[in-house]
Design a protein around this ligand. Structure first.
Ligand SMILES: [Zn+2]
Length: 174
């Protein structure tokens, strides 16, 4: 498993059951509502988004159904994936996807400013606080501020999702 993912909860697939998804188990307690979206990632590049649902009376066991049915053919039994909830998974995917071409945003006073929020820290991006914008592809138009881009996005650094965040927000422990 990609070293950036080691600290996150693990989900090991036990069975891929045709088109209805796969079943597996977590290595620890995680927090999710039945049927809630989440992500699995093994290699630090490809994130599989889908829905997790509980299996009856089976602690730490769950079913995962990827949003894109084509992903099922990529998932294999006995392989272990890092688990992310939908919020942190969307951010982690943006940071670890090396195919995204980020461009520095510049305003020359003539073109209207592109405004938005940093996808990592939610800081405002506007004429004064510029940042970087993702080029074409699935993440086109996503933005990263001048602080998050060099520190987090460019190096592909997930350390800002600290152990406390993983414990309370992803695992749901107090
Ligand atoms: Zn930011």
């Amino acid at each position: 498993m990609h070293t950036e993912l080691e600290r996150f909860p693990k989900f090991t697939i036990r069975n891929v059951i045709g088109t209805s998804g796969c079943v597996g188990e977590f290595d620890c307690d995680v927090l999710f509502a039945d049927g809630q979206s989440g992500y699995m990632c093994a290699d630090g590049r490809i994130f599989y988004r889908g829905k997790f649902s509980y299996l009856e009376n089976k602690a730490r066991q769950a079913k995962f159904l990827p949003d894109d049915p084509d992903f099922l053919s990529h998932l294999s039994a006995d392989r272990t994936y890092a688990y992310f909830d939908s919020y942190w998974g969307a951010i982690a995917e943006l940071i670890l996807d090396r195919t995204i071409k980020w461009e520095k945003m510049k305003y020359n006073g003539r073109t209207p400013a592109r405004r938005g929020l940093c996808s990592v820290c939610s800081a405002s991006i506007d004429e004064e606080n510029t940042g970087y914008v993702a080029g074409r592809g699935a993440h086109a138009g996503k933005m990263a501020c001048d602080k998050c881009y060099p520190a987090i996005v460019k190096p592909g650094n997930l350390s800002f999702i600290d152990d406390g965040t993983i414990l309370t927000q992803i695992r749901g422990l107090k």
